[in-house]
Design a protein around this ligand. Structure first.
Ligand code: KIV
Ligand code: ZN
Length: 513
């Protein structure tokens, strides 16, 4: 996959399942990773970084399965500069029709210091690791971690070593989100001009958003000759996250007049994958997020509404349909049948098998009985329910007493491994009482890090989506649930997080990452 810097096609490399999943608490289940990989493949992403195979058995298994199942995209795995890492990575990606090994090492003065390497020692490791990877795989990507804080002479030297050792893509990471657009472009230009063999390989740009410049930095790098953008859905990632895939794809589409580059991504699939990643990662998209935020196409002020009605282009630079946002929001209700539900879900990007539809239809009817109008957002929340039939813990019954008179209490029955157990506990409010009851029935030492509630739609009968994040011995897990009763949603979200924790406990403890 060589794309010399003069061509106008830009490769989109998605790392939602690797760098995105490194966001604390964004852990996805195996099935969720397969689903997201399939969606990425269908939308035309060129390369999917599916995980870090040596990090855990779970990561290895996920990368292998994605490699086996994916039809179009290159499947890439990450590896440090060691034979053990690279071999493990190859064992996972080799099942792909188009495998890639991505190996990296820190090259800046600060990052060389972490393993206490001299410049020469790091250079030797780069040569050895890239050569080893290339002996296994024809497609090798190499990254000098913290490239934007690396001495230019040294960066040019090690990039040349990596190219000579067989790297086919050189990725330039702005690991700590420190660079700015002009500098990002100058760095790529400097490498293309100085490094022998630079015109034979693809330069990639990998930006973090600590200063809010990730998208601008990535696009500036492209203008300077980079032909691969590394990004994640919703900009998910450590700290302030990575370049958001939807932003670079739409910027290249909408401003093709001044950014004359093409991607292979079908932008109409953006909204669905954005929603799904938000659900499975437990990281909701902020309302005013570019492209995929709830308000990105909402016009509140009278002047704007009037202008948009006269001509959408007055205030919209892209159409909602361009990102797959249905322009109508047909309301469903308790009289809607199975066929209507199936059609509606298909519009929203969910293709269900008959047995799945049976289950969703039951839950839809339950919701429609409690709520007069079921909006798209309600159905999306319903589809995002974290619980599955395989869960070891389920909420069977919950009744709370709350109000101005303390103590508030919760009477709870959980089904744990098929057996019902009941308890009544008090707490500081009904949610606290419910959580205390869960702890009494399923004792654990996990600490609650986040409890977040947001209304799915407007109105007092709106569903609440609750997100819970907890930590146990460095393992961070998230749980979500939606219900018209906020306390029920809270208890179910907590139980969902506990079920995810049980799965995490069963995974092998990761090596240092
Ligand atoms: O940000 C970074 O430096 C990375 C590398 C592993 C490519 O994610
Ligand atoms: Zn990164």
């Amino acid at each position: 996959m060589t794309l010399p810097s003069k061509q106008d096609r830009v490769l989109i490399f998605d790392t939602t399942l690797r760098d995105g999943e490194q966001a604390p608490g964004a852990t996805m289940t195996h099935e969720e990773k397969l689903e997201i990989a399939e969606m990425l493949d269908e939308m035309g992403v060129d390369i999917i970084e599916a995980g870090f195979p040596i990090a855990s058995e779970g990561d290895f298994f996920a990368v292998s399965e994605i490699a086996k199942r994916t039809q179009n995209a290159v499947i890439c795995g990450l590896a440090r500069a060691s034979v053990k890492d690279i071999d493990r990575c190859w064992e996972a990606v080799k099942h792909s029709q188009r495998p890639r090994i991505h190996t990296f090492i820190g090259t800046s003065p600060l990052h060389r210091q972490i393993p206490n390497l001299t410049m020469d020692q790091a250079a030797e490791m780069i040569h050895d690791s890239v050569s080893h990877a290339r002996n296994l795989c024809d497609d090798v990507q190499w990254s000098p971690m913290d490239a934007t804080r690396t001495e230019h002479d040294y960066l040019a030297r090690v990039v040349e070593i990596a190219i000579k050792a067989g790297a086919t893509t050189i990725n330039i990471p702005d690991t700590v989100g420190y660079t700015a657009p002009r500098e990002s472009a100058d760095l790529i230009r400097m490498l293309i001009e100085r490094v022998p063999g630079a015109d034979e390989i693809v330069f990639a740009t990998h930006c973090h958003d600590d200063l809010g410049m990730a998208t601008a930095n990535a696009l500036a790098a492209v203008e300077a000759g980079a032909r691969q953008i590394e990004s994640t859905i919703n900009g998910l990632g450590e700290r302030a996250g990575n370049t958001a895939l939807e932003e670079v794809v739409m910027a290249l589409k909408v401003r093709n007049d001044i950014l004359p580059y093409r991607t292979g991504v079908d932008s109409t699939k953006i909204m669905n994958i954005s929603r799904r990643v938000a659900q499975v990662s437990g990281f909701p998209v902020q309302f005013n997020k570019a492209i995929v935020g709830k308000n990105a196409f909402a016009h509140e002020s009278g002047i704007h509404q009037d202008g948009v009605l006269k001509n959408p282009q007055n205030f919209e630079i892209m159409r909602p349909e361009d990102i797959g946002l249905a322009s109508t929001n047909l309301v469903m209700g308790k009289h809607s049948g199975r066929a209507a539900l199936r059609a509606k879900l298909k519009d929203l990007g969910y293709e269900l098998a008959d047995n799945q539809l049976v289950d969703v239809f039951v839950r839809f009817k339950e919701l429609a009985d409690r709520k007069k109008e079921v909006f798209d957002e309600d159905l999306i929340a319903l589809m995002g329910e974290g619980s599955t039939a395989a869960d070891r813990i389920k909420v069977k019954f919950l009744r709370v007493i709350c109000g101005t008179e303390a103590p508030q209490s919760a009477d709870l029955t959980l089904t744990i491994d098929g057996v019902d157990t009941q308890v009544t506990q008090t707490g500081d409010g009904p949610v606290d009482a419910s959580f205390n009851a869960i702890k009494a029935l399923f004792p654990h030492s996990a600490k609650l890090n986040l409890y977040q509630v947001h209304a799915v739609t407007e109105g007092t009968d709106a569903q609440a989506t609750v997100t819970v994040r907890m930590e146990e011995g460095g393992k961070i897990v998230t749980g979500t649930s939606s219900d018209t009763d906020t306390v029920v949603a809270s208890a179910k979200a907590y139980v969902n997080a506990l079920n995810n924790l049980i799965v995490r406990r069963e995974k092998t403890k990761p090596e240092a990452v």
